[in-house]
Ligand binder design. Structure first.
Ligand SMILES: [Zn+2]
Length: 376
């Protein structure tokens, strides 16, 4: 079994599936699942391959979710081995996707195989939701599969996303929510003119500055038990023509909120508009919501996972909502309990990405024991 998960992880890493390419990964997963009576549905949207596989009709539905795509390698000469030729050195498995998240995919499959062998007539259903567009724009991936399932009334009870969540050792962190992400593209308008004739112009940078200072000081909320308080940051600011004798006509800035469930999209937007209006600015502001926050209560799924982790690693995991957004934000729309658990995330998206070989089989057993607690 140890070797089985490692073998499968290596096979997947060897397939160069840079986002949004799947390059045959889902086919390998589907073939394995078909042998143990999963019903396989391929859902291709745009250039993105998605896989929905399910065993059983009954509830509760326990779904494993993840992605086959990986981020680009970066400079190859700075890798100590070919990122698409999985290599074991110093008891670590190296390769692009080793941690994010082909090892988790392999562990899903071997855990399900072992569980189904022991419990061919398990309760409820087991499902797999796999996409090849998590690292990219995430437009034709999980969100589309979720919409399809929702349209036909196929809802999930529990979902485990295999993202790498652990920090120092396998078992230390389960994510039970994620902050939301809301961006704004703000253009503040002035009047362009000769810098020697300022009475004929209006400098948008000067009139924007006090408003920016005020926005940067706002306490948006206090956070809550699971989330830190909401933050607001400007990521880009541009204005001016490059000449030193022109007052620019406009200044543009991009900003982003990372927000908790203590705020809403509407409350944050209203506060920004109120502040800009108070400073009597003439502006255009376009909003883009890339993900609402979600929070899973500490209930059946988190509890089952915590026990399984303790059994395998003897560690009591902490629940956390830190980090960027993930596909959990989409799945939460059709599933009230979504948690994320996977290997250590120290090297994800980096050169020489790797996982500890010893963690590979343990991860599979954690998933297997979680199924036993929820479906037997
Ligand atoms: Zn990932």
């Amino acid at each position: 079994m140890a070797n089985e998960t490692l073998d499968l992880a290596q096979k997947l890493i060897a397939l160069r599936s840079v986002t949004p390419e799947d390059n045959g990964c889902q086919q390998i997963l589907a073939q394995r699942l078909e042998k143990i009576d999963f019903h396989i549905e391929k859902m291709r949207f745009g250039k993105v391959d998605n896989l929905w596989a399910r065993r059983g009709e009954a509830s509760p539905v326990l779904c494993f979710a993840g992605h086959t795509d990986v981020v680009p390698t970066g400079p190859l000469d700075q890798w100590n081995s070919d990122p698409f030729a999985p290599t074991i050195r110093n008891e670590k498995l190296f390769g692009r996707g080793a941690a994010d998240m082909k090892t988790s995919l392999a562990a899903f499959v071997t855990a399900i195989e072992a569980f189904v062998t022991d419990h061919p007539d398990h309760q409820g259903s087991i499902a797999l939701l796999i996409t090849s567009d998590e690292e990219g724009p995430a437009v034709d991936g999980t969100v589309k599969v979720v919409e399809t399932l929702k349209a036909r009334g196929e809802l999930l009870d529990y979902c485990i996303v295999g993202e790498p969540t652990c920090t120092d050792q396998l078992g230390d962190t389960i994510k039970n929510g994620r902050r939301g992400s809301l961006s704004g593209n703000l253009t503040i308008k002035g009047i362009q003119g000769h810098i020697a004739y300022p009475h004929l112009a209006k400098n948008p940078i000067h009139i924007a500055a006090p408003a920016i200072a005020e926005l940067a000081q706002i306490q948006w909320d206090e956070g809550n038990e699971y989330f830190p308080s909401t933050t607001w940051h400007i990521s880009n600011i541009t204005g001016g023509t490059g000449a030193t004798n022109i007052i620019p006509g406009t200044v543009n800035m991009l900003f982003n909120f990372r927000f908790s469930t203590a705020s809403t999209v509407e409350s944050l937007q209203a506060k920004v508009h109120e502040t800009l209006d108070k400073h009597q600015l003439n502006y255009d502001l376009n909003w883009e919501l890339s993900g609402k926050p979600f929070l899973t209560p500490d209930a059946e799924l988190a509890s089952a996972m915590r026990k399984a982790i303790k059994q395998v690693t003897d560690i009591a995991p902490q629940l956390s909502t830190s980090g960027g957004t993930s596909d959990g934000r989409f799945i939460a729309d059709i599933c009230s309990q979504v948690v994320e658990f996977g290997p250590c995330n120290e090297t994800i998206h980096k050169l020489n990405e790797h996982v500890n070989v010893a963690d590979i089989d343990r991860l599979s057993r954690i998933y297997q024991f979680t199924m036993e607690k929820l479906l037997t």
